[in-house]
Design a protein around this ligand. Structure first.
Ligand SMILES: Cc1ncc(COP(=O)(O)O)c(C=O)c1O
Length: 373
């Protein structure tokens, strides 16, 4: 059987990794400033994470949500404390798309409405409701073009005020757009969404799948502004590579048996992965590290004259050039052995582990300065 060929791939096979380093099958070492697409939060193969997952699989790998899984309660407790959302509940899923799918469904159950307001350049995943609110027609099949979604320009306060009305079920927004090229939502924009949702009864969904879990230098990026969404979706960094996602749900929503559900969501291994990630983030002060090393990278990059734009917060950084970045990205990967990401044609996207050190940031800056002044 062949693989269904949907991914353009680089001809590199990583076989081992530790912290921010990766080795391929020939023993070549790489520096990882991409984190497997914002997934590696506490560093590859962190010893505490490996120890806890190994111990768990020796005891029990999986049982369904038909029995008590106290690891879920431990995860909820730790997540509530670290995120400042102690009075919220969590529903556990397996991916970012599934988290957003459930967020949108819950909003619709709650309001009885269908209209969704989403934003230009958004990316929320590839499942049915999530892709419908994603601003990319090329990844929507005919069944995904739902008439209930209105796209509004990102950060456009007036258009947002106009779009949110008494028929609106939910507004879904990324605090920092990832796929859209590291576009940071302004304080006025997020506060406008909050006020309009309060006025109309619409649900404010904050997609924190990429910008959450400390990546922005705060646990959630909206915490820079003191706005509070009704539902926050998480995934990616939550499991440091183990597939786990979820939604954090304000107390105003009523749970009912059977309302949401999944076979794998909240399984023992996923919970242990997610608990280990939170333990490491707290013990090693990784949110603070993301803020410090991210600020350092942004300060250093701001001295480069040839950049068209520099955007981001913490360790979620977009470096936009006047020209296509594909050649520079390939040179960084194949000559300097540094993984980076891209967004669109002209933006390099940095999404390293939250444990990235300043010396590793310097290695990137030195290599990058060979191509851009
Ligand atoms: C902001 C955002 N939301 C949702 C998703 C979808 O997550 P997943 O690929 O885990 O379904 C992504 C993935 O890149 C994302 O960046």
């Amino acid at each position: 059987m062949k693989l269904f060929d949907v991914y353009p791939i680089n001809d590199i096979e990583p076989v081992k990794a530790l912290g921010s380093k990766i080795w391929d099958e020939k023993g070549q070492e790489y520096l990882d400033l991409y984190g497997g697409h914002a997934v590696i939060s506490v560093g590859h193969s962190h010893p505490y994470y490996v120890k806890r997952l190994t111990r768990q699989i020796k005891n029990l790998g999986f049982y369904s949500n038909s029995v008590r899984i106290s690891l879920q309660e431990e995860l909820a407790d730790k997540l509530g404390k670290i995120s400042g959302l102690k009075d919220y509940s969590v529903f556990l899923a397996n991916s970012g798309a599934e988290a957003n799918e459930n967020a949108l469904k819950l909003a619709s159950f709650h309001t009885g409405r269908t209209k969704i307001v989403a934003f230009t350049k958004s990316f929320h995943g590839r499942t049915s409701a999530a892709v419908a609110v994603t601003d990319n027609p090329s990844i929507k099949a005919p069944i995904n073009f739902a008439g209930h979604v209105q796209f509004v320009p990102f950060n456009d306060v007036e258009a947002t005020k106009k779009a949110i009305d008494n028929e609106t079920c939910a507004v879904i927004v990324e605090g920092i757009q990832g796929v859209g090229g590291i576009q940071v939502a302004t304080e006025e924009f997020l506060k406008t969404i909050r006020t309009a949702c309060d006025k109309t009864g619409a649900v404010f969904i904050h997609d924190s799948v990429q910008c959450g879990y400390g990546r922005s230098g705060k646990f959630f990026s909206y915490q820079y502004y003191k706005v509070k969404p009704d539902i926050v979706s998480v995934a990616k960094g939550m499991g440091n590579g183990f597939p786990v996602g979820g939604i954090l749900i304000s107390p105003k929503f009523q749970a009912k048996h059977g309302l949401l559900g999944t076979t794998f969501g909240g399984n023992h291994l996923a919970c242990v992965a997610a608990i280990s990630v939170l333990d490491i983030i707290k013990k090693e002060k990784l949110v603070e590290n993301a803020a410090n090393v991210g600020t350092y990278l942004l300060e250093q990059l701001s001295t480069f004259k040839e950049l068209k734009d520099l955007r981001g917060k913490g360790l979620m950084i977009g470096i936009e050039l006047e020209k296509s970045v594909s050649e520079i990205r390939n040179k960084l990967l194949f000559d300097d052995h540094i993984f980076t990401g891209v967004a669109g044609a002209n933006t390099i996207r940095l999404l390293p582990s939250l444990a990235l050190t300043k010396p590793d940031a310097d290695k990137f800056l030195e290599a990058f300065s060979k191509y851009v002044k």
